[in-house]
Design a protein around this ligand. Structure first.
Ligand SMILES: *Cc1c(COP(=O)(O)O)cnc(C)c1O
Length: 467
């Protein structure tokens, strides 16, 4: 063994303890660490011939790289839809690296850690009150989950006319209908060879809504003259957290033939709370659902899962079967993750989620969701009370979409937000909503408290005075 590796092996415990110290210093300081930075490094570092060993590398990390880290898992990072990491989720994530398993098959030789992934999906279905008619697995993010689900949808579409697109390529136009797709679904259409331009945009419900207009949807369905289609619907749009009417969509299935996909990346967690569960009623009728865990479940990146109805398992295997895989027989009985999703080798990505669900239970996540929504509403009230802001949409769940009051201030919105973000005490994302420049604050972090709202409002006041 190489001498440096041997030294590290002898010193393993000490090395991990030092890494823990480094981690604790960050986590205990999270409230004070800035949410943005202008620090940078020269990334053209030369590779050493002789390695430094882990301890010296930790020192270099601490000096050169750690200063680049912003408080994105902290309580006032409201940009995009960014969750933090709970203690249990970090334990699961660390141990996933330590145990370094490659979950694939449920039985047989060489490891059965896939059972842990199965159990975790089973726990998630209970958390979200979804039926066991879904099977699921972990991927890196909602983008890959959308890719997985829509990949199976693509195969389903071909099968409607006896074609196998996975084997032979796409040989006809795939009809996609959607109202307010997340940019990642559009990207997925590009990756799947469907084409990012090739979807029909359905109107949204009138009255400042992002949900699909069912009358326009049915009109476009009729234009297809009985041809099958794929519907991409939303459980939580990013700007205004709007939800499509799933009961009405489920009814359409009695009349028309379509694959129904729901992007519930963060909004799916509404189902955890009795207060917001009504938003997801009927979603169990979908063929596939995308949900992120690195957002509202507050586990570290990269964690998301897909749910696809078990009845579609053969289509799923046709789409993702590894060509080296042995004959499968019954794909559910001889289940192997390698055959149902994009990756072959993969880490035990379920473990952070497993730890989180066992550690905090349904109530833990219900409290996180309800606290986030309550804070979003408080933030909205505080903005209105301040008088210099207006909401661009009602606060339906955890996302607040607002702007500077008055059209004459539109040109200042960008500069205002840049300055707010630069100060590093809060981070929010610019957006455009209904042709207006706006700002989006998304509340999903388990650490955010009422005091943070006060700090954020003070930050906004300070910058408002100087722009
Ligand atoms: C965040 C998000 C995505 C993309 O998720 P990643 O985890 O960044 O890949 C997709 N859809 C919605 C609704 C989202 O909020």
């Amino acid at each position: 063994m190489n001498a440096v590796l041997q030294q590290d092996l002898n010193d393993f415990e000490n090395i991990l303890n030092q890494a823990k110290e480094q981690g604790i210093a960050f986590l205990n300081n999270l409230e004070k660490i800035p949410t943005s930075t202008t620090k940078s490094i020269d990334p053209n570092r030369n590779l050493n011939s002789l390695g430094l060993g882990s301890l010296a590398t930790l020192v270099e990390f601490k000096e050169r790289l750690a200063p680049l880290m912003v408080a994105s898992p902290g309580p006032r990072y409201l940009g995009f839809v960014t969750g933090g990491s709970t203690p249990a989720s970090i334990v699961g994530d660390w141990l996933a690296s330590v145990y370094d398993q490659n979950p694939q098959a449920l039985k047989g030789q060489g490891g059965t850690s896939a059972l842990i992934e199965f159990e975790t999906i089973h726990l998630l279905l209970q958390l979200l009150d979804l039926p066991t008619t879904f099977s699921g697995g972990f991927v890196t993010g909602a983008t890959m989950s959308n890719f997985t689900c829509l990949g199976v949808a693509r195969q389903w579409f071909g099968a409607q006319s006896g074609k196998d697109f996975a084997k032979n390529g796409i040989s006809e136009t795939i009809n996609i209908l959607t109202a307010t797709p997340h940019s990642s679904s559009v990207k997925t259409l590009a990756m799947l060879g469907i084409g990012s331009n090739n979807y029909t945009t359905i109107k949204t419900v009138e009255g400042n809504r992002e949900a699909i207009d069912l009358i326009d949807l049915e009109k476009e369905i009729k234009n297809l003259n009985g041809k099958p289609f794929i519907l991409i619907s939303s459980a939580g749009t990013v700007n205004t957290a709007d939800f499509d009417d799933f009961i009405a969509i489920a009814k359409l299935r009695e009349k028309y033939k379509f694959w129904w996909h729901i992007d519930a990346a963060f909004g799916g967690f509404a189902a955890v709370s009795d207060k917001f569960k009504h938003l997801t009623v009927g979603w169990e009728g979908a063929d596939s659902i995308t949900i992120d865990c690195h957002k509202w479940l507050n586990v570290p990146y990269e964690s998301a899962f897909f749910l696809v109805k078990k009845e579609h398992i053969n289509l799923q295997v046709e789409t993702f079967q590894n060509s080296n895989a042995p004959y499968l027989g019954n794909a559910l009985e001889n289940f192997n993750y390698l055959n149902v999703l994009p990756e072959n080798s993969r880490r035990l990505r379920a473990l952070p989620v497993w730890f989180s669900l066992i550690a905090y239970g349904k109530t833990g996540f219900q409290d996180i969701v309800e606290n986030s929504v309550s804070l979003a509403l408080q933030f909205g009230d505080a903005l209105l009370e301040d008088g210099n802001y207006e909401l661009l949409a009602p606060i339906r769940l955890n996302n607040v979409c607002f702007t500077l009051k008055g059209d004459y201030n539109q040109e200042k919105v960008g500069q205002f937000l840049t300055q707010v973000n630069e100060r590093g005490n809060v981070f929010m994302t610019p957006t455009v909503y209904q042709n207006k420049k706006g700002i989006r604050a998304s509340f999903v972090n388990w650490r955010t408290k009422e005091d943070d709202i006060k700090i954020i409002i003070e930050e906004l006041k300070t910058v408002f005075k100087i722009i």
